[in-house]
Design a protein around this ligand. Structure first.
Ligand code: IMP
Ligand code: MG
Length: 253
């Protein structure tokens, strides 16, 4: 009854196509605090959840192009959750880095959205540089990494914050850290939006972690599969059919 009422109302206001799209998105969206995601700090788990994002019309729905709707199984972390957590992370970083000009080193390209939101709230003198890391062609495990973009800023005796999108096996982070440390910075701290601890191979940890997530392949908010989905404003779970059709595991680059 209620569903019929909603369809009738939405169809009246937005037209049938928009109403159908809203309903698909309503079904996709999970409650505010997904059972499988946690903020990194355990004390924060007891906080009151914020209200679910409003999904009452196209304008406020997650912006997913109709051609991508079937590729995203569900939203794992909403825009609101991302914004709130990143602002908390920024405050912690600010406390730890106050007093000296810092250098933020960001790993290309998955950090694009996270980095922009992080540094816009970072009220500290800083310089920004990028480092590019890629695996050696299709089907290569992330063990065989090559640097595609070198640092331009001299980080010797500097306080460095290394930013990456996700800590998975840890191979990327440990290679980048090794390279950075050889440049003799005064200190290096690591910051990642997502931590997939279940897949860790290397003994590496991040100092600042946005969210702990289970072993899902996720896209959006900068993260990609085959260079797609980076512009989704939320973190979502990629539907299995996408990598089955691509005939390669998302864990092979
Ligand atoms: P690692 O070297 O295995 O830790 O992988 C780190 C890199 O793999 C990240 O910087 C991402 O570019 C990519 N990656 C790992 N897991 C995912 C995922 O779930 N979605 C998108 N990219 C991922
Ligand atoms: Mg990456």
């Amino acid at each position: 009854m209620f569903a019929q009422y909603i369809i009738r109302e939405m169809a009246g206001v937005f037209g049938l196509a928009s109403a159908a799209r809203c309903l698909i998105l309503l079904c996709m969206e999970k409650p505010d605090r997904p059972a499988n995601v946690s903020d990194a700090k355990s004390s924060e788990r007891t906080r009151r959840p914020e209200p679910a994002p409003e999904m009452t019309g196209d304008r406020k729905s997650p912006h997913v192009d109709i051609r991508w709707l079937k590729d995203i199984e569900r939203v794992l972390i909403t825009e609101q959750q991302l914004a709130r957590r990143i602002s908390e992370m920024t405050q912690a970083i600010q406390r730890d880095f106050s007093g000296r000009e810092m250098v933020v080193v960001s790993v290309l390209s998955g950090t694009v959205m996270f980095l922009a939101d992080l540094i816009r709230h970072l009220n500290l003198p800083m310089r920004l540089d990028f480092i590019g890391v890629s695996s050696y062609g299709a089907g290569t495990e992330s063990g065989d990494l090559v640097f595609t973009k070198e640092l331009r800023i001299d980080v010797k005796h500097r306080d460095v914050l290394l930013v990456d999108d996700i800590l998975d096996t840890g191979k990327t982070m440990s290679r980048v850290l090794e390279k950075l440390k050889a440049l003799r910075p005064r200190k290096v701290r690591t910051c990642v939006l997502l931590n997939k601890a279940a897949r860790r191979v290397e003994n590496v940890k991040a100092d600042y972690i946005g969210f702990e997530i289970p072993d899902y392949f996720v896209v959006g908010y900068g993260l990609d599969f085959a260079e797609r989905y980076r512009n989704l404003p939320f973190v979502g779970v990629l539907h299995e059919h996408v990598f089955k059709e691509a005939q390669k595991s998302p864990y092979r680059k």
